[in-house]
Ligand binder design. Sequence first.
Ligand SMILES: NC(=O)C1=CN([C@@H]2O[C@H](COP(=O)(O)OP(=O)(O)OC[C@H]3O[C@@H](n4cnc5c(N)ncnc54)[C@H](OP(=O)(O)O)[C@@H]3O)[C@@H](O)[C@H]2O)C=CC1
Ligand SMILES: O=C([O-])CC(=O)C(=O)O
Length: 261
Amino acid sequence: MKLGLIGCGNIGKFLLQAINKDGLLPGGKIVSIYARREEIAAQLVEEFGTQSYSDVDSLLNSDVDLVIEAATIEAAEEYALKVIKSGKNLLLSSIGVMADAAYEDNIKRLCRKNNVNIFLPSGAIGGLDVLKSAKAVNGLESVCITTRKPPSALPAGSSLEEETVLFEGSAAEAIKQFPRNINVAIVLSLAGLGSEKTKVKIIADPYVLKNIHLIEASGSFGKLKLEVENDPMPNNPKTSYLAALSVLATLQNKEKSVQIG
Ligand SMILES: NC(=O)C1=CN([C@@H]2O[C@H](COP(=O)(O)OP(=O)(O)OC[C@H]3O[C@@H](n4cnc5c(N)ncnc54)[C@H](OP(=O)(O)O)[C@@H]3O)[C@@H](O)[C@H]2O)C=CC1
Ligand SMILES: O=C([O-])CC(=O)C(=O)O
């Protein structure tokens, strides 16, 4: 599998190390990258034996089967449709770009037309399998996520002295207000009840060191309660290590003949 990478921050560098250096995706390699800053690109080319392009159009003209977006929602907005129209498969990290139902419908239509697939990793949470199973008979009734992070991992900054609820409302509104922090609510929405009906609570808590996500759901299957206590990534405390792992796992699963879950 020949991979392209847009965005070479925390998740992007993790993937370059895991795939190109540590061989954790047998038969796969990140052959093309696009990093906005030239000095970063040059360093990564040297370190990971990849090719760098100065714009996304040139990257899409290179020989890649799948493009990984690991940048921002704004970048995903700018490049996702281009990737699909170029006939390449796409894996999104900034899943918040899919919050809008009309955008999601448009992207699905273009995928069919261009015969490509989009991959949306579970990111820093779990439980999506339960929601999908519950939905098979339209039996999902409620879905809610409570995210608790240290203030330094949220836009509120690090000055808070006690636990503070920063947001309570729909996933659609949460991703508008916290585009760098709550992509998880959108993947949960896509697996479950949509971004208007999925409830979100975001808490800044100076007494926690981890990014904690509590998923609660109910329906004809019974009840789900799942809490993930994520270690943050060293270079970007806003991102949980599990989010990067889930991108790698999605790429690994893609090649498997036995699909679990
Ligand atoms: N689905 C999930 O569960 C999770 C999703 N995420 C999301 O994944 C994405 C990547 O996260 P992470 O790696 O930690 O973020 P980082 O901030 O560490 O890295 C993002 C990188 O993208 C680059 N970038 C920004 N805009 C563009 C652009 N227009 N074109 C090319 N590159 C660009 C930045 O470059 P520069 O240095 O030049 O600014 C930076 O190097 C984020 O959107 C994040 O919110 C994160 C955690 C969980
Ligand atoms: O990494 C996390 O814990 C969640 C996150 O930032 C996001 O969903 O955007």
